[in-house]
Design a protein around this ligand. Structure first.
Ligand SMILES: [Zn+2]
Length: 117
């Protein structure tokens, strides 16, 4: 006599009712098991990429703080404003910058600290 048991369970992936042979079976089929596994892996990947993006976003600010001269883009990142705004600040004299040529505007880091004084 077989000791096999049969339990009605709900598949955690497709939500269909199925007959399981053990009380711990989570999925109705190998396919659902695989799909659930893949979905889990995918969400792990997405989470990893989100946290990596956060890290990357955070890193530059730390790096920028250590730099002596900044580009307009870097200043916009530091001030959390648009590149256009930085050019406006330069034009109206809020920030002094040195123009070394096309796309070569440099702003001294100390300038940024100064405007907040
Ligand atoms: Zn299923």
């Amino acid at each position: 006599m077989s000791s096999k048991i049969e339990v009605q369970r709900i598949c955690q992936y497709c939500k269909k009712e199925f007959t399981a042979r053990t009380t711990v079976t989570k999925y109705c089929s190998h396919k659902c098991n695989q799909r659930a596994y893949k979905a889990k892996k995918r969400s792990e990947k997405v989470e990893k990429s989100i946290s990596e993006t956060r890290k990357k976003k955070k890193q530059p600010i730390e790096q920028l703080k250590a730099k002596e001269f900044l580009t307009v883009r870097e200043v916009s990142e530091l001030l959390n404003c648009s590149v256009r705004s930085v050019y406006n600040y330069i034009e109206n004299g809020t920030i002094s910058a040195v123009n070394l040529g096309q796309r070569m505007t440099r702003i001294k880091r100390s300038e940024i600290d100064r405007i907040f004084d």
